[in-house]
Design a protein around this ligand. Structure first.
Ligand code: PRP
Ligand code: ADE
Length: 172
């Protein structure tokens, strides 16, 4: 069995002092680790009748598309402003300094479609909360969220209630 944790590289003080960056690029570069990661993220949802996997750029896209294929689902991108060409729902959210915004096509999800939200990592939960609010605007049936990594100390899970959260690797 692949020890996925051994493929995550810790980089202290990136991108700024005090942040311990969990670098997944060694995992992405290894075929067995990449496959094992996708399998583990998909496993709880294999029988969940997922219609659509939704994920935010950029690292969410890396796992979102193979998960969609593994689950027999479609993929819907959630993007930064200026990237999606059709009519949009938008959600602005707080960062540590200032605000950011994510968008989804208004017709990306049909009302009632069963959606799984995917990202590489859950930290403060700001990104996934924005995704959830956008999917709610689409009247999606949100089945749950799947992450490779959950940084538990940052409290992101509380922002995701009442939705089901699954993560493969947890760091305290
Ligand atoms: C990272 C990561 C998650 C988010 C988690 O993305 O891929 O989407 O941070 O942090 P949060 O829970 O505090 O929102 P980032 O914004 O660095 O962008 P990237 O995917 O383009 O690297
Ligand atoms: N995104 C938000 N916090 C992160 C961290 N500590 N490592 C990698 N990606 C992140």
């Amino acid at each position: 069995m692949t020890d996925l944790r051994s493929y995550v590289r810790d980089i202290p003080d990136y991108p700024k002092p005090g942040i311990l960056f969990r670098d997944i690029t060694p995992l992405l570069a290894d075929p067995d680790a990449l496959t094992a990661a996708v399998d583990a993220m998909a496993a709880p949802f294999l029988d969940a009748d997922i219609d659509i996997v939704a994920a935010a750029e950029a690292r969410g896209f890396i796992f979102g598309t193979p998960l969609a294929m593994r689950l027999g689902a479609g993929f819907v991108p959630i993007r930064k402003p200026g990237k999606l060409p059709f009519d949009l729902h938008s959600f602005a959210y707080q960062l540590e300094y200032g605000t950011d915004e994510l968008q989804i096509h208004v017709d990306g999800i049909k009302p009632g479609q069963r959606v799984l939200v995917v990202d590489d990592l859950l930290a403060t939960g700001g990104t996934v909360e924005a995704c959830l609010r956008l999917l709610e605007k689409c009247d999606a049936k949100i089945v749950g969220c799947s992450f490779l990594i959950h940084l538990e100390a940052l409290g992101g899970e509380a922002r995701m209630e009442p939705y089901d959260v699954h993560s493969v690797l947890r760091y305290g």
